[in-house]
Design a protein around this ligand. Structure first.
Ligand code: FE
Length: 380
C-alpha cells in the first residue's frame, strides 16, 4: 500500500547525483521507491524545481518561537518542534542548559512528554549541554550551577527521557571516567565550554570522545605552541564538528577554512537556537536573566553570545554561498553525518526503506514544505 507520492523534485542526497525524481511513500511512512517515472497521486509536487533534501537534523537547539528548555513548561518542546518544521528540521535534539538537578529534571520531563506523540518534528534523544563545564568558558551558561561530571545524575535523566549526546568540558576532574562510562551506554560524548589542551583532548578521544560542540565557540583557541581544541578539531579528521553557520558565531573566513581543512564527512550544521529564534529583535527572559537580541545576534547584557536565532535552512544557505560546494555534498552536513554519529540508521538520506522525512527547498533555500513520515507537516 502507498501513502502517496512526492513528485517533480530534484533529489539531493549524499552520494547521489542531483536529478529529477518521484518518491513513493509506503503506508508506514517510509520511502517505498525512488524513480524517474512521473507518478500519479501526489501528496507534494515540486513542480520540477524544488530540491528534496533528507530532512534536516539539528542536534543542538535550546528553543524557538518564544519557548526554551531554560524555562521549560508543559508544551515547550511541542512549540519548538512545530517551529523547527519551518526551518526544514524533521529531527532535533532538545538541548538543556546548565542548571540544578531539579531544573534539569523539569526540562527532561517536558521532552519526555512530547516524545509520547511527536506530532511535529521527531525528538529521538536529548542533548545535555552542561552542567559539567569549565567556568572559564561559560559563555551564556550559568556559572553557579556548574559542577563536576556525575554519571549517576545522567543515568537518572536518561531514565526519564533518552539522552543521545552529552557536552562537557573534558579537562574536569572525573571527565575521562565519565566519558568512558557513558560511551559504554551508547551516548555520544562531545567537548564543550572547555579550555582543554591538546594532550587533554587526546586523552578524551581515547576515552571515547566523538564530537566538538559548537566548534570554535567557547573552547581553547589555536596557539602555535598549544593548538587547543580549535587546533584539535582541524587536525583530527575523525572528530565530528558542530558548526553554527550564522556568520556571527563563525565569520565567513572561518567557515571556509573549516570546510577546506576538515573532512566533510565529519561536519554537522547546528543552530544552537534559543527562544528568540522565529521572533524579532528585543529582550527575552532566559532562566533567571534576560537575553538581548539585536540585528539577530543574541547576547547576555554583559555581551557574551547566548545561542543563536539562526534558522536551519539559512545556515545551509550561508555555507553553500561561502564554500560553493555542491548541494549533495552539503547534504552530509545537514542530516547524514548526524544520523550516522547518533546511530539513527533510519534517516539522513533519501533511500528506499528509510523514513520519508524530506525537506523541499526552492532555489533561494527557502523551505517550501517539510515532510515527516510521508506527511506534509509544514507548507509555506
Ligand atoms: Fe554552548
Amino acid at each position: 500500500m502507498s501513502k502517496g507520492n512526492i513528485t517533480g523534485v530534484q533529489l539531493v542526497s549524499p552520494g547521489e547525483s542531483i536529478r529529477p525524481v518521484s518518491i513513493a511513500v509506503a503506508d508506514d511512512g517510509t520511502i517505498a521507491s525512488i524513480s524517474n517515472a512521473s507518478l500519479q497521486g501526489s501528496i507534494a509536487d515540486g513542480g520540477g524545481e524544488l530540491y528534496a533534501f533528507p530532512g534536516f537534523i539539528d542536534i543542538h537547539t535550546h528553543g524557538a518561537n518564544g519557548c526554551d528548555l531554560a524555562n521549560a513548561a508543559d508544551d515547550t518542546v511541542r512549540i519548538i518542534a512545530e517551529a523547527k518544521l519551518k526551518e526544514g528540521v524533521t529531527t532535533f535534539l532538545p538541548t538543556t542548559w546548565t542548571a540544578s538537578v531539579e531544573e534539569l529534571e523539569t526540562m527532561v520531563r517536558t521532552a519526555a512528554s512530547y516524545r509520547e506523540n511527536q506530532e511535529f518534528a521527531r525528538t529521538p534523544f536529548l542533548h545535555i549541554e552542561g552542567p559539567y563545564l569549565n567556568p572559564q568558558q561559560a559563555g551564556a551558561q550559568d556559572l553557579a550551577a556548574m559542577r563536576l561530571p556525575d554519571v549517576a545524575e545522567i543515568e537518572k535523566l536518561h531514565g526519564i527521557c533518552p539522552i543521545g549526546l552529552v557536552s562537557l568540558a573534558v579537562e574536569l576532574e572525573g571527565a575521562l571516567e565519565f566519558i568512558e562510562a557513558l560511551t559504554a551506554k551508547g551516548i555520544v560524548m562531545s567537548a564543550a565550554h572547555s579550555g582543554a589542551k591538546m594532550a587533554e583532548f587526546r586523552k578524551a578521544r581515547a576515552a571515547g570522545l566523538k564530537h566538538l560542540t559548537h566548534f570554535c565557540n567557547q573552547m581553547s583557541r589555536l596557539h602555535h605552541r598549544e593548538i587547543g581544541l580549535v587546533g584539535a578539531g582541524l587536525l583530527d579528521q575523525d572528530v565530528s564538528l558542530e558548526m553554527i553557520c550564522d556568520k556571527i558565531h563563525l565569520c565567513e573566513d572561518m567557515i571556509e577554512l573549516v570546510f577546506q581543512l576538515h573532512s566533510i564527512d565529519r561536519i554537522m550544521l547546528i543552530t544552537d537556537s534559543i527562544a528568540a529564534s522565529h521572533l524579532s529583535d528585543g529582550e527575552y527572559p532566559q532562566g533567571e536573566g534576560i537575553i538581548i537580541v539585536k540585528d539577530g545576534a543574541a547576547r547576555l547584557p554583559k555581551g557574551n553570545l547566548a545561542g543563536s536565532t539562526l534558522q536551519y535552512h539559512n545556515g545551509l544557505k550561508n555555507v553553500a554561498e561561502i564554500t560553493g560546494l555542491p548541494l549533495n555534498e552539503l547534504s552530509k552536513t545537514t542530516g547524514y553525518n548526524q544520523a550516522r554519529s547518533l546511530g539513527l540508521k533510519d534517516r539522513g538520506s533519501i533511500r528506499e526503506g528509510l523514513l520519508a522525512d524530506i525537506t523541499l527547498l526552492n532555489k533561494d533555500f527557502e523551505v517550501e514544505m517539510t515532510i515527516v513520515g510521508g506527511e506534509v507537516k509544514y507548507r509555506k
